[in-house]
Design a protein around this ligand. Sequence first.
Ligand code: COA
Length: 476
Amino acid sequence: MAKKKQKKGKAAAKKSARKVVKLASKKAHAAKRVNGNGQRPRPSSKPWGHAGKALEGVRILDFTHVQSGPTCTQLLAWFGADVIKVERPGIGDITRGQLVDVKGADSLYFTMLNHNKRSITIDSKHPQGKRVLDELVKSCDVLVENFAPGALDRMGLTWEHIHKLNPRMVVASVKGFGPGPYEDCKVYENVAQCAGGSASTTGFREGPPLVTGAQIGDSGTGLHLALGIVCALFQRNRTGRGQKVLAAMQDGVLNLCRVKLRDQQRLKAGPLTEYSQYGEGIPFGDSTPRAGNDSGGGQPGWFLKCKGWENDPDAYIYFITQAPVWGEICDVIGEPTWKTDPEYASPRARLPKLKKIFERIEQWTMTKTKFEVMEICNNVDIPVGPILSMKEIAEEPSLRKTGTVVEVDHPTRGKYLTVGNPIKMSDSISEVKRSPLLGEHTDEILKDVLKLSAKEIAEVKNSGALSAPKKEEKAA
Ligand code: COA
């Protein structure tokens, strides 16, 4: 009897515990469904992408130059952050004057990496300049820099100094290397491609290492840093504290070369069968080899000539012999018997003859333009990639329509094309605004951000902290 009672009691306790859990989770879900005003968020009633910007209210002190850092801050600016680019008086970001194509105008190198930003000139080594910078540190949420190691500290902007002025500030840096033997090295794009494993795994086995055209060291690391910054801001919502964010270019490149470190480890289990060198009977060494144009994903692929290749260096298509569509490939190229021939029917049987197979497919692709090949193949789900030249990309109407390629007007250089925000958001549309002229917003920032009076602005200016030293002074 007592046992029965006990059992009953236990069951009732379990039931009530379940009820409590259910109630708590109901409450938790309800809490998630309401916004800051305690209301359930509704879809925006404004036209697509016009409901404000994702990073509105975030202010960035942008101490970046060249490519890696500016890529990061340009992304943040596209998402609505107020990016204040600090530049050296008289000179500015060195890229303003690099690879100049229009005399007297900022280069495309600069304009294409610094959209939607404001520019202020400050001599960061001048005592008054340091004071202005301290005030900006207090007024901003994030400081982003990609100086050579130690340069920010030499300006007096150590982490301790910044954290004392503004404990909420996120300090984000791109460096060539993380802590270790190379941490003091200056690094440019191709150095990072070498150090991160890209160069040793790019190119043909019998040739030298190659760098890629995609700026995976600079722009790739800028992208990584932008994610780190947004995460640090998100964490700050909970902790109220800023933190240091570091993206090392070597690490960023290696992250993009992840599959090559995968292959390095697979070598222990035997040859890499999807590499064409396996089919050609060439033995593997003890590190991931260069794979030429082999596809890295395990489905054999290669570049094939198309109609017009004799005169057009981009009349090629990348053709993937994906196993599930082997039958369709055989039909398209006119080799229907390969579908059942045991010499060709299975991926394993095909491996040693991939070169011959691609030669046969190429006989067919050479009779068509790359766009004809694309159309025919895509109709039967065969994955192929026409090699688009930069000219074709620049002229492609669909990319203009989506804002991936944008025409921008600039007061000194006129109209030019740029790449817009590749990340599209339904509530935070990116409009691309021209890059600033050197120091264009100096007065505006002193007045609106630092709230300096006209008298104070004049004093700072007269101190020489915001302007280039005069020629005579320089000579002296
Ligand atoms: N006022 C006064 N001085 C300024 C200034 C300003 N507004 N802005 C920069 N400077 C000074 C710096 O304080 C530094 O002086 P210091 O060496 O006396 O401390 C000097 O300008 C040069 O900066 P530095 O970063 O060393 O430039 P660099 O042209 O010699 O090197 C890189 C360029 C890119 C190699 C180097 O900055 C670097 O390795 N950066 C990290 C990795 C990186 O981002 N590389 C990719 C670039 S796309």
